[in-house]
Ligand binder design. Structure first.
Ligand SMILES: [Zn+2]
Length: 361
């Protein structure tokens, strides 16, 4: 049996990383959540780090709903609290720098992090922030963090699958803040009985508007949804990249379209297993086929807080699945090329990557 390399060794083997799919709220530090709860006098399922970890972190293969449920445990503490959101965004930059992530696109829902009256009732009596104020706070913290830690941090604003009525405002915010850190929009959240049939019109109209405004687009699809959800994201939401996308493999036509058009798949190995999106047997992971078939993929962490992981845990799992170092490095180059960075940033990133890993990727 071969022993998997330690995380420290992996960090030095892959010193320059690019990450395109990570949720800001799913990356908060447990200490920050705990301290904020104490300050705001809010209850958490545990009043020390160990208990909190046990309640929030998802370690075994479960389901997307289990993972989304974990968010409901700590989101009430974060939502609507500017001080906490700013701290999470700034600490996110520090954590990325510590893990060798030199360019990152972090995503979040301005609505879920705000405290508008449409919010789930748990947060209505705490804090007082609009979605616009949330974006401003995150942008400011990212700007400070990028500068202090010498990395590039962009943000992607998420529409939520179950709330098509929020999407118009998400598009407006992405348009208004595009000169700051905001580079794109996304659609996130689980499928419900109501929306499994297809994407609601409200989202379609908003994404059309985004396309017309030349806002870049990525979309969660093919995670727990079928291959058709990937097709739908490409055709109806104009997605240039797909978050996860594993189930495009279930339909040969859709898979060959993804391959032919070199649609970028933002894979998240640890998340895919813990969310029950793919089979638990890592040797059968879709990533293996993606890499072998020359699919444009990257490796990402999704929700390091919830999975108690870091990006190298995902690299480690990819290696366990059978990917080579070279294929992982290709994934990093793919991420740089398919990022929503501006052209100058992209060229600089690719030049830096060549210096670190050599040419030919
Ligand atoms: Zn995600």
């Amino acid at each position: 049996m071969t022993t998997m390399p330690g995380l420290r060794e992996l960090n030095s083997r892959f010193p320059y990383k690019v990450e395109l799919h990570v949720h800001l709220d799913g990356s908060a530090r447990l200490t920050t959540i705990l301290e904020t709860a104490r300050r705001r006098k809010l209850l958490l399922p545990g009043d020390n780090l160990e208990d909190l970890k046990k309640s929030i972190c998802v370690y075994h293969a479960k389901s997307l709903y289990k993972v989304l449920e974990a968010f409901t445990l700590f989101m009430p503490v974060i939502a609507g609290d500017g001080e906490c959101i700013s701290r999470i965004a700034y600490e996110f930059c520090e954590d990325c720098a510590n893990h060798g992530i030199r360019y990152v696109e972090a995503r979040y829902s301005p609505h879920l992090l705000s405290n508008n009256e449409e919010k789930p009732e748990y947060a209505t009596e705490h804090g007082d922030l609009t979605p616009r104020e949330v974006v401003q706070i995150v942008n400011d913290a990212f700007e400070r963090g990028s500068k202090d830690y010498g990395i590039i941090v962009k943000s992607i604003l998420c529409c939520m699958r179950h709330r098509p009525d929020w999407s118009d405002e998400v598009v407006a915010l992405a348009s208004d803040f595009r000169s700051a850190s905001v580079v794109a929009i996304d659609i996130a959240g689980g499928f419900t009985k109501e929306n499994i049939e297809g994407i609601p019109e409200g989202h379609k109209e908003a994404f059309k508007k985004a396309k017309d405004l030349r806002i870049r687009i990525t979309a969660h699809a093919g995670v727990d949804g079928p291959a058709a959800s990937v097709k739908e994201a490409l055709d109806d939401l104009y997605a240039e990249r797909i978050g996860h996308g594993y189930h495009c493999l279930d339909d040969p036509d859709i898979y060959s379209e993804v391959k032919k058009k070199q649609i970028h798949l933002e894979t998240c190995p640890v998340s895919s297993i813990r969310c029950g999106s793919v089979l638990e047997d890592i040797k059968q992971h879709p990533l293996l086929k993606f890499a072998a078939d020359g699919i444009n993929f990257s490796i990402n962490s999704d929700d390091p807080l919830v999975f108690d992981s870091t990006l190298v845990d995902d690299y480690s799992l990819a290696l366990e699945a059978g990917l080579t170092d070279r294929q992982i490095i290709s994934g990093i180059f793919n991420a740089a090329r398919s990022s929503f960075a501006n052209e100058a940033e992209k060229q600089k990133m690719l030049k830096d990557l060549e210096e670190v890993y050599g040419p030919g990727f």
